[in-house]
Design a protein. Structure first.
Length: 158
């Protein structure tokens, strides 16, 4: 059994207003939901396997370790206020570090690359060029863009 690493603000919310907070979710590496209602006090088996595909079940981001955001907990007496909330969907990206979870699609991975590019200090013309290449050129989605110390960029096929 392993503890689940909740963000500090979730713990504060849980302690101060235990009638509403975000649960953690347990999701396999292929995106099959096991549960989306783990509370901060809960523990989850660290060696759990998915009954659908046999993949390892994750309760935290592979990049930063923070919990995978689950359902928003609301006490029954407050339920009427939230009856129009849309159903919970397994998140594609970590809400702390922004990394794509293992079940992210190819399109989601392109979004992740674009987000990384947005954070890099590169010339605006290069940024626009790379964004255009990522969105327009389907074969580039099978490669990785690598920058050099000279400001040039190459596509490495994987």
């Amino acid at each position: 059994m392993s503890n689940i690493d909740f963000p500090a603000q979730d713990i504060v919310q849980y302690r101060n207003k235990p009638d509403r907070y975000f649960h953690a979710a347990a999701v396999c590496r292929r995106g099959h939901e096991q549960t989306s209602t783990l509370a901060p006090a809960d523990r989850y088996p660290s060696d759990e396997k998915c009954p659908t595909c046999g993949a390892r079940v994750l309760v935290g981001c592979a990049s930063c370790g923070i919990r995978i955001r689950g359902r928003f907990h609301i006490e029954p007496y407050m339920g009427d206020k939230h009856s129009l909330d849309k159903p919970w969907e397994c998140p594609t990206f970590c809400d702390r570090c922004g990394a794509a979870h293992p079940w992210a699609t190819r399109e989601d991975r392109i979004f992740e690359l674009e987000n990384i590019l947005d954070e890099e200090e590169i010339d605006e013309a290069d940024r626009v060029f790379l964004h255009d290449q990522l969105s327009l050129n389907p074969w580039i989605q099978l490669g990785v863009i690598v920058g050099s110390d000279h400001g040039d960029f190459d596509l490495v096929r994987v």
